[in-house]
Design a protein around this ligand. Structure first.
Ligand code: HEC
Length: 176
């Protein structure tokens, strides 16, 4: 019983660090839907052809750390879930709602693993692992240049934006 309590405590205290396999690929975070929901966007498209919904989640211990400091701790992991949109179904006549999964993208802060601290990953469909997308792959370029806090797009997560403003942690280059 003592061991179980200790393990539970350790898991709660440490949170869930991103998991990598021996080839350095990120293992798909299975329970990201139980993380902290930050926001949704629709049609915030900067790649694929259709205009999907995007739902952003962050691992809970990183979220708690952000609420206290306005910064992301090492081993922070985000998931951006992309889902197809639909307008007609069941009783819905007008508004848009979300349907099947297109992909899950991830961003990981790991200063020992990635040259500028952040790594980007795309899990197509239900892929179990994803290779890091190199710095020439565009993800890092856009995030590092345009994001409001470190490499994260806090300007689109209204509750976090308030925290970053209060803690004075917005990137100097960020323009509202
Ligand atoms: C042209 C700019 C741009 C590029 C390129 C880009 N992103 Fe993003 N990304 C955004 C914006 C804007 C958001 C904010 C919210 C959204 O899209 O819902 C975001 C949000 C995210 C998030 C949620 C956490 C955060 O940082 O705010 C992840 C994860 C993510 N992107 C992964 C990726 C991956 C993986 C790639 C490369 C395959 C990529 N992005 C390429 C602009 C970009």
């Amino acid at each position: 019983m003592k061991t179980i309590t200790f393990v539970l405590f350790a898991v709660l205290a440490l949170g869930a660090d991103p998991e990598f396999n021996k080839d350095g690929e990120l293992v798909r975070p299975k329970n990201y839907r139980e993380w902290i929901f930050l926001s949704s966007g629709v049609g915030m498209n900067y790649g694929t052809g259709d205009l999907p919904f995007g739902n952003v989640f962050v691992e809970p211990s990183a979220y708690r750390n952000f609420t206290e400091t306005g910064r992301w701790p090492d081993k922070t992991i985000f998931a951006l879930e992309l889902r197809k949109p639909a307008t007609e179904g069941s009783i819905n006549k007008g508004g848009k709602y979300q349907t099947s999964l297109i992909a899950v993208e991830a961003a990981v802060k790991d200063t020992a693993r990635f040259p500028d601290g952040w790594g980007y990953f795309g899990f197509n469909g239900n892929a179990a692992t994803a290779k890091v997308i190199g710095t020439s792959g565009g993800c890092n370029a856009c995030h590092s240049k345009n994001a409001a806090v470190e490499h994260s797009f806090v300007q689109f997560y209204p509750t976090l934006l308030e925290i970053a403003k209060a803690k004075g942690t917005l990137n100097p280059s960020y323009k509202p």
